[in-house]
Every structure is written in C-alpha cells, then in structure tokens.
Design a protein around this ligand. Structure first.
Ligand SMILES: Cc1cc2nc3c(=O)[nH]c(=O)nc-3n(C[C@H](O)[C@H](O)[C@H](O)COP(=O)(O)O)c2cc1C
Length: 304
C-alpha cells in the first residue's frame, strides 16, 4: 500500500509529521544516528542575539519518568550560528529546517528573526517564549499574556515565513494564552515546553539544580500535555505541533488522533538515539495495520 505521511502546517509542507524538539537533537553531531533528511522537520537549538553560556551545573537531573533541566538557553548567538553552523547545515539537502528563536525582551526576538531572515534554509520560525523577560523583572514571558502578545507581534512584523509560537504548559488557561498568540499573528502553535519543577537533596537539604528550579520533560508529562493539545485543538482553528513526553509511535499517534498536525520528540532522543526514525516506522506500520493510506485522514479523528 502506498502511504502518504505528508502534512502541511501553515503552508509549510512536511514529508512526515515527526520532528525533533528544540535543544534535544543536533543534526551536525548526530547525523550518523539520525539522518536529518528523513525527519518531517529539524528544529534547531534556540538562538538569542548574544552568546549565552547557560546556567552553571548541575543543570540536568533524572527523576521518575523524566528529567528536570535548567540549561538556560545556552547558544553561540545568532551571528556566530549563521557564520559557522548554517554553511554546514546546507549539506542536508532534503531537510526542512525550522529556526528556534529566543530573547530576553520582546524586541530581542524580533532582532533574532531579522538576523535570520536572509537565511534561505530556514522555512519557518519557532518562537521559544519560555524566556525570562528582563523588561518585567525576569518573569517568564510564556506565563504572561501581554508578553506573548508583544513577542508574537514583534516577530510577525519582521517575516512572512510561518511563525510557530511555542507555549508553556503550566498556565491557568492554555486556550486563553493560545488565543492571544493567534490573535497577535501566530500561524501555528507548539504545545508545549517543559513544566516548572523542583528537585531537592535530603542529605544536603539543598536543591539539586544550581538554578534551583528547572523544567520537567519526558514520559511523566505526556498525558498532561495531551490534554492541553486537546483543549486548544477543540477551541481554536490553528495548526498545533505537539511536544511532551513522546517515547513511542503510539504516543505520537495519540497526539495526532487528538488533533496535532505534527509531533516533536525531545527527551527520548537522549535515551534512544534512533527513536525518531523508529517512530516514523511505527507510524507507517500502524497505518498499514489500520488500512490508513493518508495520515491526514487519521489526524483529529478522536471520538468523544
Ligand atoms: C536538555 C533540554 C534542552 C532543551 N532546550 C530547549 C530549547 O533550546 N528551546 C526550546 O524551545 N525548548 C527546549 N527544550 C524543551 C523541548 O524542546 C521540549 O519542548 C520538552 O522537553 C518537552 O518534550 P519531551 O518531553 O519530549 O522532552 C529542551 C528540553 C531539554 C530536555
């Protein structure tokens, strides 16, 4: 049976609905384990205007069914990235690259997009709103409707490429904040980033992460993020990319069933390096077993 795994998100055509989550797969380091040309899209590590060292260690700790990280958006800065990494990424001729944009003020997001606008390999921007907003005393932008609005508008004003706003999951009303992003010009949403979490050590009576708190990811979060995707898909007419705790093809298929147009694999890349390829194969097998020719016929068919 000829299978069609392609999906379209805000005009962006993907060969299949499986991509990596930002910060968890570097195609230049791991191409021998996962060929980036085979993925629906490759989302790069979040970029800020200036280089960032990130937080001091310890910054990753394992917990039951997941990890808590406080990397702190470590990156080389957008100019260095364009100069050094972009020429190397060009060898992946069949890959669809999405740039991930971060910033410490709404204007910084716009400046990063402006710097990336001339780079033809990027077909869309994912906006990582889980960043401290220095104009508001370091409050996480993703938790603040006004900041989401300002960032989305600022970025929208700089590009005609698809703008995908990545939301935080631990907000009171995900639909309300998703609507703010869409009204401000987002073409699609990624739901969602990690959940704020704390891990402490009984003997030293100290937090384990140097940054005290971090973000929980991995299988622990999957049913919670699945609910968020469900709520947004039900309420709003906007393409959703799901990110949260996917470990298998079945997990990915659950998100598609609920209505996500595509999925991202994060933490599981550290556990099983070829997991994204295995998930694409598993989706194909499910389609054959269920007699589904086109994955689009399956997306959003949850019976409630
Ligand atoms: C080590 C690590 C680094 C991450 N770096 C980024 C990042 O740079 N930008 C971003 O938007 N999300 C980042 N994330 C969040 C992931 O992209 C993803 O949204 C989240 O981990 C949930 O998916 P998962 O449960 O499959 O890991 C990071 C997550 C981890 C574990």
């Amino acid at each position: 049976m000829e299978l069609d795994l392609s999906v379209e998100i805000a005009g962006l055509k993907l060969k299949n609905p499986v991509m990596n989550a930002s910060g968890t797969y570097d195609p230049l380091r791991y191409e021998s384990l996962v060929d980036p040309n085979l993925l629906g899209a490759v989302v790069l590590k979040s970029l800020t205007l200036n280089p960032r060292e990130g937080n001091p260690p310890p910054r990753i700790v394992e917990v039951a069914c997941g990890i808590v990280n406080s990397i702190g958006i470590q990156n080389e800065g957008v100019e260095e990235f364009i100069k050094v990494k972009v020429p190397l990424l060009r060898k992946f001729k069949e890959a669809t690259f999405i740039a991930s944009v971060a910033g410490l003020t709404p204007n910084e997001f716009a400046e990063v997009v402006e710097a990336l606008e001339g780079v033809d390999i990027f077909k869309a921007y994912e906006i990582n709103t889980s960043c401290p907003n220095l104009e508001k005393g370091g409050v996480n932008c993703a938790l603040d409707e006004r900041c989401i609005q300002q960032v989305t508008k600022a970025v929208r004003g700089k590009t005609n490429k698809p703008v995908i706003v990545k939301l935080a999951p631990d907000v009171t009303d995900i639909v309300a904040i998703a609507k703010v992003a869409v009204d401000a010009g987002a073409d699609a949403l990624t739901i969602a980033n990690t959940y704020r979490a704390l891990v402490v050590d009984l003997k030293s009576r100290k937090p384990i992460l140097h940054n005290v708190t971090g973000g929980l990811s991995g299988p622990a979060i999957k049913p919670i993020t699945l609910r968020l995707v469900y709520e947004v898909v039900k309420a709003l007419d906007v393409p959703v990319i799901a990110s949260g705790g996917i470990t298998s093809a079945n997990d990915a298929l659950e998100y598609l069933l609920v209505g996500a147009k595509a999925v991202q694999i994060g933490t599981m890349n550290f556990v099983r390096h070829d997991i994204m390829i295995k998930i694409i194969e598993g989706i194909k097998k499910f389609m054959v077993d269920e007699g589904i020719k086109d994955i689009k016929e399956f997306i959003g068919t949850l019976r409630t």
